[in-house]
Ligand binder design. Structure first.
Ligand code: FE2
Ligand code: FE2
Length: 329
């Protein structure tokens, strides 16, 4: 008989401080008609409230990157505030003393990995900012690209049922590692690096090593992978470069599920040639006509260390309510 393990999958929150850390952003949005992807305080509060009220529905929370709009310390600290446990009113444990929301008081395991935005620095949004590692040191190992150990959790009292998540950061090391892309009038540089990630060989190797280690340590639990960039994305400016190494590793290690974010758009796909479901959840705060603001609860039905079924339950924000949403896959 299978048991259910559920994750609250949140991604691309894009918190930013009220101070405009990088004013050029508005210019870029104007020039390329990008949707505004920064968070909305009301929606962040609604989500934190929902997560508290519905806490019995999930066993852990997973954030798949773009916690902050940029890697600027003020944006990152605003994102970190969402994990502050210092509430002053026990009747409303999703609000801090200054009414800023927090998601931490559901007392669930929380897993976080960085996205491309979390690593931006400089007005041109160059990659590889390490400030995320400092600010999110409780959640992400400094200077590392993979998080394996301590990302296993159990959902029953006798620890018979559990799940291991290995998290990988495929954001770019150097902007020169990006390919093609837009050339802006302002910088006269190609902007491909802005939205691309890269499945560097050495990181995929470390991901596999961490997976083997966690399987040795917790042989009775299935392992899933979490990354920021969507696999098999054919939009050149959003893709995970060199992804064939990653896809091969998914196949070779029998990974049943990859969770990701980055596109701000819901999607469920089977990774070619494997039985792996890749799931992208919508972003809670990516307001635009094409993007619904939402998130997902993902149910894994596990039998021993096998995932036998994955069910995605998407929710969207509708006015002042959060509602289940059946999208056409
Ligand atoms: Fe994003
Ligand atoms: Fe992203």
């Amino acid at each position: 008989m299978s048991e259910r393990i559920s994750l609250l999958h949140l991604t691309d929150l894009h918190f930013e401080s009220s101070t405009k850390a990088f004013a050029i952003k508005d210019q870029i949005q104007k020039t390329y008609r990008c949707s505004k992807s920064s968070y909305d305080l009301e929606d962040a509060t609604m989500l934190a409230n929902w997560a508290w009220v519905n806490r019995v529905q999930y066993d852990a929370i997973l954030f798949t990157g773009d916690m902050a709009e940029t890697g600027h310390i003020d944006d990152l600290n605003t994102a970190l505030k969402y994990f502050d446990s210092n509430v002053s009113d026990n009747e409303r444990p999703w609000l801090l003393a200054d009414d800023f929301p927090t998601i931490i008081n559901s007392s669930k395991n929380i897993f976080v990995l960085p996205g491309n935005h979390d690593r931006f620095h400089h007005p041109n949004r160059y990659p590889n900012n390490k400030k995320f590692d400092e600010v999110f040191s409780d959640y992400w190992p400094y200077g590392k690209y993979i998080k394996g150990g301590m990302s296993t959790f159990t959902v029953d009292d006798n620890n018979a049922v559990g799940l291991s998540i290995v998290l990988a950061d495929f954001s770019l090391e150097k902007r020169e590692h990006g390919e093609e892309g837009l050339k802006t009038a302002i910088t006269r540089r190609k902007f491909g690096y802005y939205g691309q990630g890269k499945a560097y060989d050495y990181r995929v190797k470390k991901l596999v090593e961490a997976t083997e280690k966690i399987k040795d340590e917790f042989p009775n639990y299935p392992v899933i992978w979490a990354i920021h960039f969507e696999p098999l994305n054919n939009k050149s400016t959003m893709q995970l470069l060199d992804e064939s190494t990653f896809i091969d590793a998914v196949r070779d290690n029998n990974i049943a599920c990859v969770l990701n974010g980055h596109t701000h758009k819901e999607k469920t796909q089977i990774i070619d040639g494997t039985l792996c479901t890749s799931i992208t959840s919508p972003s809670p705060f990516a307001s635009s006509l094409q993007h619904k603001n939402g998130f997902s609860i993902i149910d894994f039905y596990v039998d021993g260390n096998e995932i036998v079924e994955v069910k995605v339950n998407p929710f969207i924000f509708k006015g002042v309510e959060i509602e289940p949403w059946n999208f056409v896959r």
